[in-house]
Design a protein around this ligand. Structure first.
Ligand SMILES: [Zn+2]
Length: 173
């Protein structure tokens, strides 16, 4: 593929699947074990950036967010295939996704959202062994700041601040 075509494709993928980039620059990508299994068992939800827990799934801030408030909805059960998620897991994840959108709307008022699943590495999944869903808040005009060729985005808000804003809103559900 020619360089210009590849760059155009890359920028389109960043617009349509913003979570795709989330883990590419992750220096801890090679950590032992599965991060989505380790996080909820760490005993410190604030440290783990877990903003909400339900019976079968939880919501966690992406430590390498596309945008401030980039959340992931993760089943507690360690599995990879989307087709093997049980109906009760899918229902609870859908409920938590709606709560995530409500919490983001209240905490930071985005103009739009991307909700999506990357099933498999080729589709952009950074962690392929433990399926999860992304909820990404979007703001009108943000693409003005998006570096087309760069690998990183400048985030105006610290993760801890995002956590403090979102956690209480989830708790009200
Ligand atoms: Zn896992």
């Amino acid at each position: 593929m020619r360089r210009v075509e590849r760059e155009r494709l890359d920028s389109l993928q960043r617009l349509w699947t913003p979570w795709r980039m989330a883990y590419i620059a992750d220096p801890d990508r090679e950590i032992a074990g599965c991060p989505f299994c380790v996080l909820p068992g760490s005993g410190d939800d604030r440290e783990s950036l877990i903003v909400a827990r339900r019976r079968l799934c939880y919501a966690v801030l992406n430590a390498f967010p596309y945008n401030p408030g980039h959340l992931m909805i993760v089943p507690f059960r360690h599995l990879s295939p989307y087709t093997e998620l049980r109906p009760e897991e899918l229902h609870e994840m859908a409920d938590l996704s709606q709560q995530a959108v409500r919490a983001l709307a209240e905490a930071s008022g985005p103009d739009a959202y991307n909700l999506g699943w990357n099933v498999g590495a080729v589709a952009g999944a950074g962690i392929t062994d433990h399926i999860h869903q992304h909820v990404v808040p979007r703001w009108d005009g943000e693409t003005n700041f998006m570096p087309v060729l760069g690998q990183t985005r400048v985030l105006p808000e610290l993760l801890e601040e995002t956590y403090e804003r979102l956690r209480p809103v989830f708790a009200e559900d």
